[in-house]
Design a protein. Structure first.
Length: 180
């Protein structure tokens, strides 16, 4: 597994090669079959999904759309959709990251006031708490991703199939599910 750290200046650092990498290089790693994990250097939060979405965005911007926009609208907008609800719940959220940061900060201040930890331990304790919170969120995200992979495998996507045809087949599968 290849681990990449994203710094506050938005640079991506490959820990195994000990050098900065680009989104294009991350795309190449994935195409080569390498498992990639991206974590926020400051919080330890797993931001792999966000980074891979950025990779897809860049690839789409440079070429043509990977999926029909109609399909993407349906996935995100269907009010009763289990997929849309799950996507909204597990996509990286700045609000959630901020909330985790605020809660851990308040908690460590309370621990200092009670004498449970010393002020010098605050940063270390906050970091550990944030990493645990993000790890729990990541575990839930992995479960969702496996469900999505299983659904895509049911559609039996062929390696030589054009992206717009794949998008159409996924859309048909969703429409079929709605009518059942």
């Amino acid at each position: 597994m290849r681990t990449i750290r994203r710094y506050t200046n938005r640079k991506l650092y490959d820990l195994s090669e000990k050098r900065y990498v680009t989104l294009r290089e991350i795309a190449r790693f994935v195409r080569a079959g390498q498992e990639v994990t991206v974590e926020d250097n400051e919080t330890g939060e797993d931001i792999t999904s966000l980074t891979l979405c950025q990779v897809i965005y860049e690839e789409t911007r440079l070429r043509r759309a990977l999926f029909p926009s109609r399909l993407l609208h349906r996935l995100l907008a269907r009010p009763g959709s289990e997929i849309a609800g799950t996507l909204r719940r597990f996509l990286p959220s700045r609000k959630l990251s901020r909330a985790i940061k605020n809660v851990t900060s308040k908690l460590t201040l309370e621990l200092i006031e009670k004498g449970t930890i010393s002020p010098g331990d605050r940063v270390q304790v906050e970091t550990q708490l944030r990493r645990r919170a993000h790890a729990a969120r990541q575990k839930a995200r992995l479960h969702f991703e496996q469900e999505l992979i299983d659904r895509l495998e049911e559609i039996e996507i062929r390696p030589d199939e054009r992206p717009d045809a794949v998008g159409h087949r996924i859309e048909q599968s969703i429409l079929q599910e709605e009518t059942e």
